[in-house]
Design a binder for this molecule. Structure first.
Ligand code: MIC
Ligand code: SF4
Length: 657
């Protein structure tokens, strides 16, 4: 039986377990990536593990999320990250150097390597043929310390690509098509592997757009073969020595196969407010647009921005549209500055934002109330833009730029006829202009000894979770529906700067459900905590979608949440819950979800005993009115982590024998 590419990369990295789908495996991690919004906690936890120096081949710490600098918090974090990186043997990509995934692809990614990143879009690296996985910061901290990464051995969905994209149809439309097929839920435990004759027609940045947004499917990762396109990209980055060809065997057997004919695709959009609410642009064309942004780790490569600039050359943006461009990296920005494309963008009326996440994570550029905002980003969860009643559509740069010119949602294929512009075919440069001066190399061990780690007053070392009680007396604090994202649980936007201060940040847990004049989720939780009652969250399908932010577990833990009862829980969030000692429980019968409501008092007798050796728990209402069964679905290691009181204690315990 032929091997998949996923299997070929997993095999040499396997430390524990067997490559049987569903079984727990442990992988050796070659590279790690952290960013500033998750990285401060990750490094604080790394420091408290007492390992000292990182034990990976390469670890990089990026500053790209928290850049607005209102108040001292952001810069305090940056100084901490810079000094702790120098001390612990980590490369530090400074503020202004670009978005972690774009820079990692350009400067560090390596076919066949494993990459673990404390950001859910880490699978962008799959565009280079690496196995790149998103995880919580604590998991990444453990990997930095040389520990393996544990996950469920995934099933592999082969996506066979045939044909070639037509003019004005983009890589973004490929992944939007796949999202329309697989949706954002029900894909836990899968990876996506692209193969087939269409693969060679996609450049590395196009592949990276596709693997990036694979995160929205909820799969473990997505990967492309490493081929001539990969070699050319690495050579242009002056890193050809990192190249190796990699592909699945011809007769590889996939657990499922989906075929996409690239030549049959058309421009598409993810409509408000979920990345899987897909329509063709033809279906939604004509709606007035107030704001458009090209950028984010999904679509801010050199070719994306050059195409945008070429279309706008000698043209002006529609007077009713605010248009922003955020280049993915300083490398891209420098190239545009050097070849005149930046001047074309500025002349057209575009607002040039810095090379960072920016509007994608609600750091400014929020749209006007209830108006349509087109973004080339990857997430359009309600309110993520910073506007509560936002109407965000996720589109390709081609659709974005067409709409910039007309002020309405426009199919880019109509541009030649409407404004007389032909599709600008952008060639990948043979050589990028390389300037790594904003990436600080780590100091060697001796030099690092004198580095003083700067921990500003706004940086608070997170508390370790309390141990679980033998019997859990709890109360349902919140009952929420399907597809609750980590943005619902832990908002970013203006609160993002509180990432390194859990007690402060915890005040806004589930802020979107708080009602004016009534006690907030945080206040109600803390009141219960002071009485020794555990908080419980009840949720529907696909709880914890979206980002990898472990604050969505860490902050509820701080408030006293002890269990989540859900119909299903997404991979990264579930791991984060366990890491911070919150018990994830799945309804054995989803109908029991309907019988619960906020305020219910629930008891789980002998919780510790069940975590020890049972597949399930019995949960009863304290008034004796009914009881039901919850599934634990814990691996042996999950059980040990929960019993130890979370991953940090578990890891320390192992280190001490
Ligand atoms: C996001 O896109 O939501 C983020 C911000 O990049 C997160 C990480 C975070 O919350 O810091 C992610 O995708 O993991
Ligand atoms: Fe940054 Fe947005 Fe990418 Fe997250 S999705 S890493 S916020 S650009």
């Amino acid at each position: 039986m032929g091997k998949t590419l996923v299997c070929k990369i997993l095999e040499p990295h396997l430390v524990e377990g067997r490559l049987t789908p569903g079984e727990e495996i442990a992988l050796r991690i070659d590279q790690t990536l952290t960013q500033d919004a998750t990285g401060t906690t990750a490094f604080l936890l790394f420091e408290s593990m007492g390992v000292g120096r990182v034990r990976t081949d390469l670890s990089v710490s990026y500053v790209d999320h928290n850049m607005a600098g209102f108040g001292p918090e952001n810069h305090n974090d940056h100084l901490y990250l810079q000094t702790v990186a120098a001390k612990s043997g980590v490369y530090h990509s400074r503020a202004g150097n670009g978005i972690c995934h774009q820079v990692h692809l350009e400067r560090f990614g390596k076919p066949g390597a494993t990459l673990l990143g404390s950001d859910s879009h880490t699978p962008t690296g799959g565009g280079l043929g690496m196995l790149a996985i998103g995880a919580g910061g604590l998991d990444v901290a453990v990997a930095m310390g040389g520990g393996p990464f544990y996950l469920q051995c995934p099933k592999v969905c082969g996506v066979k690509l045939t044909g070639k994209l037509n003019d004005w149809v983009a890589a973004k439309d490929v992944i939007l098509k796949l999202l329309s097929i697989l949706t954002t839920k029900g894909n836990v435990g899968w990876t996506v592997e692209y193969f087939g004759p269409g693969v060679k027609n996609l450049t590395v940045p196009q592949r990276a757009t596709i693997t990036n947004m694979g995160a929205e499917l909820g799969v473990t990762t997505s990967v492309f073969p490493s081929d001539e396109q990969t070699r050319r990209f690495l050579a242009a980055q002056k890193r050809e020595t990192d190249y190796q060809p990699l592909a699945a065997d011809k007769n590889a057997v996939y657990d499922r196969v989906i075929e996409i004919d690239l030549s049959a695709l058309e421009p598409m959009a993810a409509c408000p407010s979920s990345p899987d609410n897909i329509k063709t642009i033809r279906e939604i064309a004509g709606q007035p647009v107030s704001q458009i942004a090209v950028g984010s780790c999904t679509n801010s490569s050199f070719t994306d921005l050059m195409m945008t600039a070429k279309v706008l050359k000698n043209r002006r943006i529609d007077p009713m549209v605010e248009f922003a461009v955020a280049p993915g990296s300083r490398e891209v920005l420098n190239l545009l500055a050097g070849n005149g494309a930046l001047a074309d963008l500025i002349a057209s009326g575009a607002r040039i934002l810095e090379s960072a996440c920016g509007p994608c994570i609600g750091q400014g550029f929020s749209p006007a109330d209830g108006t349509v905002s087109l973004r080339t980003f990857n997430r359009n969860f309600a309110g993520r833009s910073g506007t509560k009643n936002d109407q965000v559509y996720l589109v390709s740069p081609e659709t974005a730029v067409a709409s910039v010119l007309t002020g309405k949602i426009t199919d880019p294929r109509d541009l030649p006829q409407r404004v007389g512009v032909e599709y600008p075919r952008i060639k990948m440069p043979r050589e990028f202009v390389i300037d790594d001066s904003m990436i600080e190399r780590p100091l060697d061990e001796t030099a690092a000894q004198v580095v003083q780690v700067l921990r500003g007053r706004t940086i608070v070392v997170p508390e370790a979770p309390p141990g679980l009680p033998a019997t859990l007396n709890g109360q349902v604090l919140l009952k929420c529906g399907d597809k609750i994202t980590t943005d619902h649980i832990m908002p970013a936007g203006t609160y993002l700067k509180l990432r390194s201060n859990v007690p402060e940040y915890a005040r806004v847990v589930f802020n979107c459900f708080n009602e004016a004049g009534r006690p907030t989720f945080a206040e109600r939780s803390l009141a219960l905590k002071s009485q020794g009652i555990g908080g419980i969250v009840v949720a529907g399908e696909s709880y914890g979608q979206g980002s990898s932010r472990e604050h969505a577990a860490l902050c509820p833990m701080y408030l006293g949440v002890r269990a989540v009862l859900a119909k299903s829980i997404e991979r990264i969030h579930r791991a984060n819950l366990i890491n911070f000692c919150i018990v994830p429980v799945r309804f054995a019968d989803p109908a029991d979800y309907d019988r619960l409501q906020a305020g219910d008092e629930l008891v789980i007798d002998d919780l510790l005993g069940a975590i020890h050796d049972s597949e399930q728990v019995t949960i009863r209402k304290s008034d004796g009115s009914f009881e039901f069964t919850g599934r634990l679905e814990l691996s042996a290691r999950d059980r040990d982590i929960l019993l130890a009181g979370g991953l940090l204690r578990y890891t320390r315990g192992k280190a001490h024998g």
